[in-house]
Write a protein that binds this ligand. Sequence first.
Ligand SMILES: [Zn+2]
Length: 260
Amino acid sequence: MWSAISRWRQRRILSRTAIPDALWLEAAALRPFLAIYDADELSRLREKVVLFLHAKAIVGARGHEVTPLQRVVIAIEACVLVLELDMAFYDGFENVIVYPGEFVPDWEWEDEAGVVHRNDEPMAGEAMPGGPVVLSWPDVAASADWESTGMNLVIHEFAHKIDMRRGEADGCPPLPAGMSQDAWNEALASAYEDFCGRVDRRESTDIDAYAAESPAEFFAVLSEVFFADPLLFRREYRRLYEQFAAFYRQDPAARIRARG
Ligand SMILES: [Zn+2]
């Protein structure tokens, strides 16, 4: 549990565990959106990655072998979300499970009539309250190329984890003191309604139409856009962008301006 890890213990972990420079640079180069981070942000991100890898096991399933490079890439993307937040957002689960491809989840649910359903749709990723984050490696790898895929699987699933800090994912993470819940709800609801309308009318948008699935998916998809294509987000839904910037305590669009 992060909350139990005192500052000195974190320092001890950091002094004993390091990511070799070559491995760090190779992993960072696979995520072009990091180009807008300054040296100070990158060094703090690297510390969080070390702490994350110390606390979580990233394990392969169905014969998939997780390489050191894959572990660092996954940890970088998970930690980008909490670069300015407490790592306690990731308390309550131990593992990240990596499959060699899409997987069919093994959970069932019962509907109101008592009929038990199984989901047999293959999935690229999954996050459940209190459970592990599950990822398909080819989809994590494809996320390197935002320009052509327009998706970032790791950011998506860890955004769900942050959303789930208050229970079921509903598009509203726990806001810090000083942020207005009403302002968040209002900005989210109006952007979501507008987006669903555009999808219904089959208008083209650079934001993945999957975001119209539910407020929880809207939050997860928009978190991907926030980090990977912040100017797009700010252009389309400025008020919600400002809420995201206040929550994540980062302004990625301003980083692009600062870097010219
Ligand atoms: Zn999702």
